[in-house]
Design a protein around this ligand. Structure first.
Ligand SMILES: Cc1cc2nc3c(=O)[nH]c(=O)nc-3n(C[C@H](O)[C@H](O)[C@H](O)COP(=O)(O)O)c2cc1C
Length: 148
């Protein structure tokens, strides 16, 4: 049974809505155990086969909480090699944050990344929510491959 973590940050709720829809889509893949949270300890990351990080872009950057988590994960040598990594987030005009997250997942932690990241401008509409559900399904399918 694949275990998927959906970790997100959201200041005005847009990325949070995305995270909920990503979780919904992932749960449609039989047997997937989905955990949605906005806080996790670095050591806990190793419990999951796949990790999807939701980050909005503020000031052309990802949020400090996610940066700190990655730094602590590296310092504590938590091994994420080969696990599935994905990123998504709401943005206004430039949307760099999810790409930054994927870059770290790939280059620092040697995770198997799901490309491209999913970006939605401001609040997701019906179509955006459907894209999030499809994205969640895709990540869960990758996680299933990972454990089989
Ligand atoms: C102070 C501020 C700075 C922002 N900077 C950026 C930016 O650099 N690039 C971008 O694409 N969007 C930027 N945005 C837009 C947010 O990414 C957008 O409002 C997003 O929907 C917020 O997601 P959230 O509701 O999950 O927090 C900014 C918004 C604010 C309020």
């Amino acid at each position: 049974m694949p275990k998927l973590l959906i970790l997100y940050y959201s200041r005005t709720g847009n990325t949070e809505k995305m995270a909920e829809a990503v979780a919904e889509g992932a749960k449609n893949v039989q047997g997937t155990e989905v955990t949605v949270t906005y806080h996790v300890k670095p050591e806990e990351l190793a419990k999951f086969d796949a990790m999807a990080v939701g980050v909005p872009t503020y000031h052309h950057d990802m949020t400090t909480d996610i940066k700190r988590l990655f730094e602590e994960t590296a310092v504590k040598h938590v091994d994420l090699k080969g696990r599935v990594g994905a990123a998504f987030g709401s943005y206004g005009w430039s949307g760099e944050a999810p790409r930054m997250v994927l870059e770290i997942m790939k280059n620092k932690f040697e995770m198997r990344t799901v490309e491209p990241p999913l970006l939605i401008k401001y609040a997701p509409n019906q179509n955006g929510m459907e894209k999030c559900r499809e994205f969640g399904k895709k990540i869960a399918e990758e996680a299933l491959k990972q454990i089989s």
